[in-house]
Design a protein around this ligand. Structure first.
Ligand code: 6PG
Length: 221
């Protein structure tokens, strides 16, 4: 769906998240900066997450209080504002060496069935921490892997893999702004390619939705 601006895009994403939270289930949340407003609106619309298990679609390997931490974003914008906390929260164990943190997240994810995954989109076409033309895109069996940073912040990342994402019942991309327009075209209109990892991310079990503002959607045609 295309919204007039970023605020309406955040509201649309918040509506999806709030509905999922009220229904209860397993939700993987995105990092980056775009979802912050959506998380704030979600906390207001659905302050009871007691039926929800929270995961991250990716994490930067930095301490939990670091401003670059995706879990910190999720806590500040969403979890800390809830009246009833989630049933469980699954941070990436960034206190471990990055490869061990990826192994631990992979093991923890076995048996988890994701009902909803929220993802962002990078101007280079990456999503989660699946970067263009990297070996992580070929991973077939693991649910989480260590990814080398393709962009700032250049710290090791732990990311869900393409098969883990494809198994989710519903995938929602949220992207706003003109700097995402070319990537959105490559991700949602053009032929799927490893040059644009977001183009490879589609739910095999249900819908894949993109929430874009007019600027991000301006090259969709
Ligand atoms: C991360 C991400 C990443 C993000 C995009 C968009 O940890 O960096 O989860 O995939 O969603 O880079 O980031 P912005 O929302 O900051 O543009």
């Amino acid at each position: 769906m295309v919204t007039p601006g970023p605020e309406e895009a955040a509201a649309a994403a918040a509506e999806v998240l709030a509905r999922a939270a009220k229904a209860g289930g397993t939700i993987a949340l995105a990092g980056g900066s775009t979802p912050r407003r959506a998380y704030e609106l979600t906390a207001r619309a659905a302050p009871d997450w007691s039926g929800v298990d929270v995961w991250l679609s990716d994490e930067r390997c930095v301490p939990p209080g670091d401003p670059r931490s995706n879990m910190r974003l999720v806590r500040e914008a969403l979890l800390d504002r809830l009246l009833a906390p989630p049933r469980s929260v699954h941070p990436v164990r960034t206190e471990l060496p990055p490869a061990d943190a990826a192994d631990a997240y992979d093991a923890e994810l076995r048996g988890a069935e994701l009902d909803l995954v929220l993802l962002g989109l990078g101007a280079d076409g990456h999503t989660a921490s699946l970067f263009p033309d990297t070996p992580s895109l070929r991973e077939q069996s693991r649910r989480a892997v260590l990814a080398e940073p393709g962009l700032e912040p250049r710290v090791p990342r732990v990311t869900l893999t393409l098969p883990a994402l494809a198994a989710a019942s519903h995938i929602v991309f949220l992207a706003v702004g003109a700097d995402k327009a070319a990537a959105a075209r490559r991700a949602f209109v053009e032929r799927a390619s490893e040059q644009t990892p977001a183009s490879l991310v589609r739910s095999a079990a249900g819908p894949t939705t993109a929430i874009l503002d007019e600027a991000a959607a301006s090259l969709l045609g």
